[in-house]
Design a protein around this ligand. Structure first.
Ligand SMILES: NC(=O)c1ccc[n+]([C@@H]2O[C@H](COP(=O)([O-])OP(=O)(O)OC[C@H]3O[C@@H](n4cnc5c(N)ncnc54)[C@H](O)[C@@H]3O)[C@@H](O)[C@H]2O)c1
Length: 255
């Protein structure tokens, strides 16, 4: 059987949990060699799940030298880079803007915006050496619409969308595509209920944690649904798509 990522080398950040882990496993199943990057230590577990086609890298994406090393690992271990899935991120404290602190600003932007910039900077250098590639970034519906209590996170994710769109223009003629996934509400480790109930990444226990009211499809999203979207954008099936910010949200941002 031909895999949809046969012969490709992919780096996935946030690969220790949720959407990143689901994507790492799916990408490998579709033929990719995968560098599993995270700061949690769980990247080792994901790489073990995959086996010989994966390597784990301990990385804090808000630290430039870590990201440079992460990309160097892909080239050192698998000799090139075709796909970068800039997926690591977190929400930060939920509160009205006037109560937010400079510390919150620094940590939330450090990962969700600066980390994406570092990934793109070093990922693009490697892709230029390789003659092209596909960069997929996980932003958020909060980067597209106003989301109560999420001012800093929303600003960081909106910034990540614009970084990607501008880079899509810079490298369109050089064979590097840049696209963004904007998830709505997903039952992963990012959601307190999923963490508390120990069910992140599985079907949510709907009695205790009903889906958010404003999702037209009336359910939580699953990490596998982001993995499927990332697979399409990473693969050559999306070869004429660049500069897109695609909501994957059960209709949440539509109304
Ligand atoms: N779950 C949701 O409802 C939701 C909604 C919108 C956007 N997102 C975005 O989806 C992406 C994936 O999140 P998830 O839902 O799978 O959550 P998750 O918590 O299950 O996974 C996120 C992973 O990123 C890692 N990470 C965070 N900061 C990092 C850093 N600085 N360096 C390296 N690794 C880091 C964490 O250790 C974790 O393993 C994030 O960018 C998040 O902002 C999630």
């Amino acid at each position: 059987m031909v895999g949809r990522l046969d012969g490709k080398v992919a780096v996935i950040t946030g690969a220790g949990s949720g959407m990143g882990r689901a994507s790492a496993v799916l990408f490998a199943r579709e033929g990719a060699k995968v560098v599993c990057a995270d700061r949690s230590g769980e990247e080792e577990v994901t790489a073990k799940l995959i086996g010989d086609d994966a390597v784990a890298v301990h990385v804090d994406i808000s630290v430039e030298s870590d990201v440079e090393q992460m990309i160097a690992t892909a080239e050192g271990h698998f000799s090139k880079l075709d796909v970068l899935f800039n997926n690591a991120g977190f929400g930060g404290p939920i509160m009205p803007l006037h109560e937010q602190t400079m510390e919150n600003w620094d940590v939330v932007l450090g990962t969700n915006l600066k980390g994406v910039f570092f990934g793109m900077k070093y990922g693009i250098q490697a892709m230029l050496r390789n003659g092209g590639g596909s960069i997929v970034t996980t932003a958020s519906a909060a980067g597209l619409i106003g989301w109560k209590g999420h001012s800093i996170y929303g600003a960081a994710k909106a910034g990540a969308i614009q970084l990607s769109k501008a880079a899509a223009m810079d490298y369109a003629e050089l064979g590097i595509r840049c696209n963004v996934i904007c998830p709505g509400m997903f039952w992963t480790g990012l959601v307190k209920g999923a963490r508390d109930s120990g069910t992140a990444g599985q079907q949510p226990p709907s009695e205790a944690y009903p889906p958010p009211k404003n999702v037209p499809m009336n359910r939580w999203g699953l990490a596998s649904e982001i993995a499927n979207t990332a697979l399409f954008l990473a693969s050559d099936e999306s070869s004429f798509i660049t500069g897109v910010a695609l909501p994957v949200d059960g209709g949440f941002v539509c109304p």
